[in-house]
Design a protein around this ligand. Structure first.
Ligand code: CUA
Length: 496
């Protein structure tokens, strides 16, 4: 004898009532994410591709809603219409193996799925076959995922930046998506997305920003501890503003006034931060230079992932023009930048900066127990002030503190802003060898090369002859130009 137990159909109790009350705000909060005004909502679109994707979503949603209502309606109808009406144990009429019904509920879903597949595949193929020819001049961008930030390269303009992508309004942008380490995903919810960034396998996508404004981007593939903190901004500009930004990225900041906090910050930055962060990719040749350098940083990190003192890091050229810090996590200002330098992991858990930069280690190479950098508060403040001052200058200056006057270039200043991140002027090893006495050693390093020739070769082509005990991490540094290299060679020979 089979009897339906009462507990199969529990009546609402005080407990379920409380649970419903608690869940209501959660449900409302989740539904709020659907608001088109939400900064990462895919409903309030600002580009034709995101709009096509949103329309496709709505099309599929309404088909699913109709199916839901019909199926649930049939279930409820059947449950009520054919419910048990007596205590009789007689089985109802069995409809097992009704061929017409079987065929119907096989064919109808197949037709629905074909109806969904046609526009879906058309959109996927449209996205993957590249920018249509009739949409105007294409801007090419290489977007590279790193743990945990985004690098953006503009190969046609030789511009490199990080975490803030500038694009012109209404113009198609074609992306080559790469990853240096793990699988990330590139997504700008209001403009287009999302496509994975896979190591050793480039992916492609394109987008058009149809409104001037600043839009949120986000890594959309779980990639590790800081995945949720791996954000970026897309700054959609008028064509004139975009061209001005490109020009600015080729314009070095004006040199800081001697004795100013910016000047002190510049020296501190060069000595403590420039191993991993380039901040002067404005001159011709610096684009290729930065790509080599970023690769060298990666090689250095991968050769010793625990103890490496070098790691890939965002390019900070014209950083003072940025609006955010830490891959889109904080608004950029003096306070947030000081807080970041003082304790980056407190803002972004998992950042490699604190684990690998020498500045967070004792002279013995151990991590400092307080996790703070070995700098005073005023030194940290000077670095922040300097970085915030990095904006396109009057265009007459040079990207280093030394005088652009040919013939009177200060080799010590060239060294301070280019080499101190990796080399000391004494005997101690930083990333590269200490350079005291390099002039004397250089004469006998390579047969047939004079001291001058050897030092110059070491600057232009570091891989040509490597000092025993060192991996070659140094990228070619020939972009300095003949005059500065001459001055640097002269200066290096004076180090005793
Ligand atoms: Cu990168 Cu998630």
């Amino acid at each position: 004898m089979f009897r339906v137990s009462k507990s199969f159909f529990p009546l609402p109790s005080a407990r379920t009532g409380t649970a419903a009350l608690l869940l209501a705000p959660v449900a409302i909060a989740l539904l709020a994410a659907c608001s088109p005004d939400n900064l990462q909502s895919t409903f309030g679109t600002a580009g034709p591709i995101a709009e096509d994707q949103a329309n496709l979503f709505k099309f599929i949603f309404w088909i699913a809603a109709v199916v839901f209502v019909l199926v649930e309606g049939a279930v409820i109808f059947a449950a009520i219409r054919y419910r048990r009406r007596s205590d009789s144990d007689k089985l109802p009429y069995q409809t097992h193996g009704n061929t017409k019904l079987e065929i119907t509920w096989t064919i109808v879903p197949a037709i629905i799925l074909i109806g969904v597949a046609i526009p879906t595949l058309a959109q996927i193929w449209g996205q993957q076959s590249g920018v249509p020819d009739d949409l105007g001049e294409v801007l090419n961008v290489e977007a590279i995922g790193h743990q945990w930030w985004f690098e953006f390269r503009y190969p046609d303009h030789e511009v490199i930046t990080a975490n803030e992508l500038h694009i012109p309004v209404g113009r198609p942008v074609s992306f080559r998506l790469e990853s240096q380490d793990v699988v990330h995903s590139f997504w700008v919810p209001k403009i287009a997305g999302k496509v994975d960034m896979v190591p050793l396998n480039d992916n492609f996508m394109w987008m058009i920003g149809s409104e001037v404004g600043t839009f949120y981007g986000q890594c959309a593939e779980f990639c590790g501890i800081a995945h949720a903190h791996m954000r970026f901004r897309v700054i959609v500009q008028t064509e004139e503003d975009f061209q001005a930004w490109l020009d600015g990225m080729h314009t070095a900041p004006d040199a800081p006034a001697p004795g100013s906090p910016e000047a002190a910050g510049q020296q501190l930055f060069a000595a403590n931060c420039s191993t991993c962060h380039t901040n002067n990719s404005t001159s011709p040749g610096s684009y290729a230079q930065e790509i080599n350098t970023q690769q060298a940083r990666w090689n250095g990190w991968i050769s010793d992932t625990e103890n490496s003192l070098i790691v890939s890091a965002p390019n900070l050229t014209n950083f003072g023009d940025h609006i955010t810090l830490g891959a889109g996590l904080k608004d950029l200002n003096q306070d947030s930048l000081v807080a970041w330098i003082t304790d980056p992991s407190s803002i972004k858990i998992g950042t490699r900066m604190q684990k690998h930069a020498a500045i967070y280690r004792t002279p013995d190479g151990e991590l400092r127990p307080d996790g703070k950098p070995g700098l005073s508060e005023s030194e940290i403040s000077d670095i922040a002030t300097y970085l915030l001052s990095l904006k396109p200058g009057s265009g007459s200056g040079d990207d280093t503190a030394d005088s652009p006057d040919s013939g009177s270039i200060d080799g010590a200043a060239v060294f301070a802003t280019n080499c101190t991140g990796c080399h000391s002027t004494g005997d101690d090893t930083k990333i590269g060898p200490g350079l005291a006495g390099v002039g004397e050693r250089a004469a006998s390093r390579v047969q047939g090369l004079s001291a001058d020739e050897y030092i110059e070769q070491s600057i232009r082509e570091p891989s040509a002859s490597i000092v025993p005990g060192f991996n070659n991490l140094m990228p070619p540094w020939g972009h300095l130009g003949d005059d500065k290299i001459d001055a640097l060679v002269t200066y290096l020979k004076t180090l005793k």
